[in-house]
Design a protein around this ligand. Structure first.
Ligand SMILES: Cc1cc2nc3c(=O)[nH]c(=O)nc-3n(C[C@H](O)[C@H](O)[C@H](O)COP(=O)(O)O)c2cc1C
Length: 405
């Protein structure tokens, strides 16, 4: 990311998370209530743990916005961990002592029963620590609240340019959603317990979550992020790190537990013939109605197997990003492990309050990551210190993006 920048700081059980966003133009209407809506979407989902009921995330804006409007400077936000001030760790020690910034005399238990599937083992070796908490506090997906808050800012920006980004769960455990990607009713996805567009599949997913819970186990799945009205030509074919495809894949892969990313028809294309894969361009007589659109969409396609990306650039067709998340690593029926100090076998790894599944939440985080990357690519191509300038540059470009005449 160059034109739009995002950083986060903070630990899972410390005082809170800080999100820092740079590059958004002036003139965007931003409210804490609007960001709260996305934070609430992140906390929903059947199969999530108690923490989601404890915390009601709220991002307090501390810079870059005046009287409800961005002024062009960096925007920083603080999301309090409400558990911090009164909650206790699994060893019964108050988080304020356990996570104290100043040295503390209160005795606490070090975590040495390393948890397979987490950052514990490589992290504790790499950072020369003797307590896995010094790794898990930062590697925890609690950090994703900061991403979602920053993503909400990117959403405000993109919406001004006619771009909309949604997400849904397309598989959970062994159950696949049969929803037609071209006919998804997004409001009903928002009211679904699992962000699933297929109610029948959703009931089966819920049963599978219940059975995993009974067995002290966990589940993964697949989510899809879909972006509409992205202009043709975002990203670039000219250098590996300028490709929008590589930038999107890296950003979505950076979400905890995501183990694979594909676009459009994705890995299925390996089994298809070229003639069935590539998206034929529709001639002008079939799409040009002569109507003046605010954001024209030249060069439409008969299909969208590419997921809206060719040569590392957007085609103008919907962007379709799909990601697989592995089953949650911390399971009630904890896995066998080893102790950090002795290297000897331990029957059960450290267990800390955990979800059964989290795919709907991952979908919301996926939206945030995609929106930030798209915002970056828009700012890179169209610039603008005020949103009016960005919009003018985009519409001027789109007016001349059709057939040369
Ligand atoms: C929203 C979200 C919630 C998560 N909740 C848990 C959890 O409750 N328990 C758990 O073991 N892992 C959870 N994870 C996954 C771990 O954070 C992740 O698998 C772990 O840090 C190891 O990273 P890696 O899977 O990317 O290698 C969650 C991930 C996300 C994105």
């Amino acid at each position: 990311m160059g034109a739009f920048r995002f950083f986060s700081a903070g630990e899972s059980h410390g005082p809170g998370l800080t999100a820092y966003v740079e590059g958004l133009p002036a003139g965007l209407e931003i409210s804490e209530a609007y960001i709260r809506e996305d934070l609430a979407r992140r906390q929903k989902g059947y199969g999530r743990g108690k923490r989601q009921q404890i915390e009601t995330d709220f991002a307090k804006i501390t810079s870059g916005v005046r009287h409800g409007v961005t002024i062009g400077g960096p925007i920083s936000m603080f999301i309090e961990n409400t558990d911090f001030s009164t909650g206790k760790g699994p060893d019964g020690v108050l988080w304020t002592d356990e996570m104290s910034v100043e040295p503390s005399d209160v005795p606490y238990e070090k975590i040495t029963k390393l948890r397979p599937g987490h950052a514990d083992t490589p992290g504790i070796v790499k950072y020369a620590q003797d307590d896995a908490r010094n790794i898990l506090e930062r590697s925890s997906a609690r950090e994703s609240a900061a991403r979602v808050a920053a993503g909400a800012l990117a959403r405000t920006f993109l919406n001004q340019l006619g771009i909309q980004v949604f997400s849904h769960v397309s598989a959970l455990g062994s159950v696949n959603s049969e929803a037609d990607i071209n006919r998804i009713d997004w409001p009903s996805v928002e009211s679904s317990q699992l962000r699933c567009a297929d109610p029948e599949a959703e009931s089966k997913m819920i049963k599978e979550i219940d059975s995993a819970r009974e067995e002290g186990d966990s589940l993964g799945g697949v989510f899809e992020v879909i972006g509409y009205n992205l202009p043709i030509g975002l990203g670039s074919h000219t250098q590996w790190d300028k490709k929008l495809s590589s930038r999107l894949a890296a950003s979505v892969m950076s979400i905890n537990a995501v183990k694979g990313v594909e676009f459009g028809a994705g890995f299925e294309q390996a089994k298809m013939r070229g003639s069935a894969v590539h998206d034929v361009i529709i001639p002008i007589e079939e799409w040009d109605t002569g109507e003046e659109l605010e954001f024209p969409k030249p060069w439409p396609r008969r299909s969208n197997n590419s997921g809206g990306l060719e040569g590392g650039m957007t085609t103008g067709e919907p962007l379709i990003v799909r990601a697989m998340v592995k089953p949650i690593a911390t399971i009630m029926n904890a896995l066998e492990t080893v102790d950090l100090n002795t290297g000897e076998k331990v029957e059960k790894a450290h267990y800390e309050r955990s979800d059964i599944t989290f795919v709907p939440t991952c979908a919301v985080i996926g939206e945030a990551m995609v929106m930030m990357v798209v915002a970056d690519a828009i700012l890179e191509k169209f610039g603008g210190d005020h949103i009016k300038e960005t919009k003018k540059n985009l519409t001027t470009y789109l007016k001349s993006a059709g057939p040369r005449g």
